[in-house]
Write a protein that binds this ligand. Structure first.
Ligand code: DAH
Length: 347
């Protein structure tokens, strides 16, 4: 092997060993640079005769072309490697599953509220909404529940350490019954002097609060109040309306409804409404679903109406309880925990 072959091999080896483009350019300088080995050989030609110059020059040129070819090949290889590395670094894994957008659903208690509203609306009832922070007067006094009367302790009320602008103590309403008074007073004022006055026929669903917490009681729960006042509205109407509502709500006629005598300050007589299913897991068991009664004359007076000419009934039911019965849920707290594993079953 002559000196040129050795030089070409050394160059090829040096290029192959260069791991980066920068180091490849350094290696190139050692062979092809101004003071590189090939350049030095070219300079040496000057000392030779014309004939020797020709043959030696041609041989050096061949060697030079081989070195340049090796250099270019290595440059290409390094560039391709860099491209590959870059592509790898920026790789996009198109096999990753996309992010799904979950579809929401109505809360089971919201569904119940909507059913209650739709059924009573179909019977000509208005739907009213009212404040959850109430005054003492609306929550109790106006409902024939005088201060210091023991019946007030039927409700474990959350009192708010605050008075309204008129100096009245505030509470988180323990029931929706204050809405009877708010709605009927507004109705009486709106229709003042009209003979006969249009009937009051309203339901008032909403949130209510009591100091109470176990599997069937939650400090925040729902109620739906009902009120029907006219010149000749009787207990018989209450029985028909409420029984009809229950059969529509539970989508069955196989339902017994019982009015059990009870006591509420704002009604006289008062009744607890119980139901019993004729089939299913709760078959034959009496279940309490509402309180009701003929509105007490004192309360009718607080409506701004004359109890001699205006009479009717009221009821208050628990939509949470109705939801539990309709869907067979045995723990009320599930409704308010916000656990999607539970809630998504109602979608
Ligand atoms: N307000 C009562 C409660 O929270 C329920 C109730 C009973 C409402 C009788 C009424 C009624 O309108 O007439 O326990």
């Amino acid at each position: 092997m002559n000196d040129l072959d050795t030089l070409v091999q050394a160059a090829q080896q040096a290029f192959a060993d260069a791991p980066t483009p920068a180091e490849l350019e350094n290696a190139k300088a050692r062979f092809l640079g101004k003071a590189g080995q090939l350049t030095e050989l070219m300079k040496g030609l000057a000392r030779l005769s014309v004939d020797e110059k020709k043959s030696r020059g041609a041989a050096i040129n061949v060697a030079k072309q081989q070195v340049e070819a090796a250099l270019q090949a290595r440059r290409d290889a390094l560039a391709a490697g860099e491209l590959q590395a870059q592509l790898r670094a920026e790789a996009l894994d198109v096999t990753l599953p996309g992010r799904r957008r979950g579809t929401g659903g109505l809360h089971p208690v919201s569904r119940t509220m909507m059913r209650i509203e739709a059924i009573f609306a179909s019977m000509g009832f208005d739907v009213a909404d009212g404040p959850e922070i109430e005054t003492d007067w609306y929550s109790f006094t106006a409902l024939n529940n005088p201060e210091n009367h023991p019946a007030r302790s039927m409700q474990d009320t959350f009192y708010v350490d605050m008075k309204d602008a008129e100096g009245r103590w505030l509470n988180l309403r323990p029931h929706t019954s204050p809405m009877q008074v708010r709605y009927a007073r507004a109705h009486a004022a709106r229709h003042a002097g009209r003979q006969p006055m249009p009937e009051v026929r309203v339901i008032a669903p909403g949130r209510t609060y009591r100091v109470d917490s176990d599997a069937t009681h939650s400090p925040m729960f729902h109620q739906c109040e009902g009120l029907w006042i006219g010149e000749n509205v009787s207990f018989k109407d209450l029985k028909v309306v409420f029984s009809d509502f229950l059969r529509q709500f539970f989508e069955t006629d196989e339902l017994d409804v019982r009015f059990r005598p009870s006591y509420f300050p704002f009604t006289e007589p008062s009744a607890e409404i119980d139901i019993a299913f004729a089939s299913g897991p709760l078959k034959g068991r009496w279940l309490e679903v509402a309180g009701s009664g003929q509105v007490h004359p004192n309360v009718v007076r607080n409506f701004g109406l004359d109890p001699e000419t205006h009479i009717g009934f009221a009821f208050g039911m628990g939509p949470d309880r109705l939801t539990m019965l309709r869907y067979g849920v045995n723990d009320l707290r599930l409704f308010f925990d916000g656990d999607l594993r539970f809630l998504s079953q109602f979608k």
